[in-house]
Ligand binder design. Structure first.
Ligand SMILES: CC(C)(COP(=O)(O)OP(=O)(O)OC[C@H]1O[C@@H](n2cnc3c(N)ncnc32)[C@H](O)[C@@H]1OP(=O)(O)O)[C@@H](O)C(=O)NCCC(=O)NCCS
Length: 155
């Protein structure tokens, strides 16, 4: 199996990132990567967003980023916009990328919790996140479930 790694989006790889696409029936689940990269540039002046390409060996197959999120009157570190290009889905890459993102955030940010949101009806995302230990906060923010990974226990 290919080696999965997360590599920061830079001037070398941002174009490849914008070319990645989900299937037509998944488009309501995640914003286009082009939008996410613009959001990173313009939304947050405190510069908390960190976008990454998901690589299988040397090929960028997906996108993921973290940033400060706000949901139901709270805020916290959040994983945003996980997507695997439709050509590369169902090969285990999404789960591995998410696991690596959690490890990266724990090492860099030492958060008490990591949040993740997904559209009501995105059953694949729900099962994936629950399988990695995220639990339902019960909050639905703007049509999206808010799930939480509790990290208050030490590593
Ligand atoms: C969600 C997503 C990132 C998963 O990526 P992936 O690389 O295909 O996922 P994996 O191969 O690691 O599979 C994870 C699990 O999901 C299941 N799965 C993946 N795609 C599936 C599909 N289309 N239908 C049913 N199950 C699916 C896998 O079988 C696996 O289940 P298992 O734990 O029982 O083995 C990908 O489907 C995607 O990009 N979807 C569109 C964007 C999206 O919804 N992003 C989430 C935004 S919050």
């Amino acid at each position: 199996m290919a080696e999965i790694t997360l590599k920061p989006i830079t001037r070398e790889n941002w174009r490849a990132c914008t070319l990645l696409k989900v299937a037509d029936d998944q488009r309501s689940f995640v914003a286009p990567n082009m939008f996410s990269l613009l959001q990173v540039l313009y939304q947050d002046p405190t510069d908390t967003f960190a976008p990454f390409g998901i690589y299988a060996d040397e090929t960028m197959v997906g996108f993921i980023m973290y940033g400060m999120g706000e949901f139901g009157g709270m805020h916290g570190w959040e994983i945003w916009r996980l997507m695997i290009d439709q050509r590369y889905q169902k090969q285990g890459y999404g789960r591995l990328a998410l696991q690596q993102m959690i490890t990266l955030m724990r090492e860099k940010l030492q958060p008490d919790a990591i949040y993740i949101m997904f559209e009501v009806g995105n059953d694949v995302a729900q099962a994936l996140y629950a399988g990695l230990g995220f639990t339902d906060t019960g909050i639905i923010d703007d049509g999206e479930h808010v799930y939480k990974l509790d990290l208050s226990e030490p590593f």
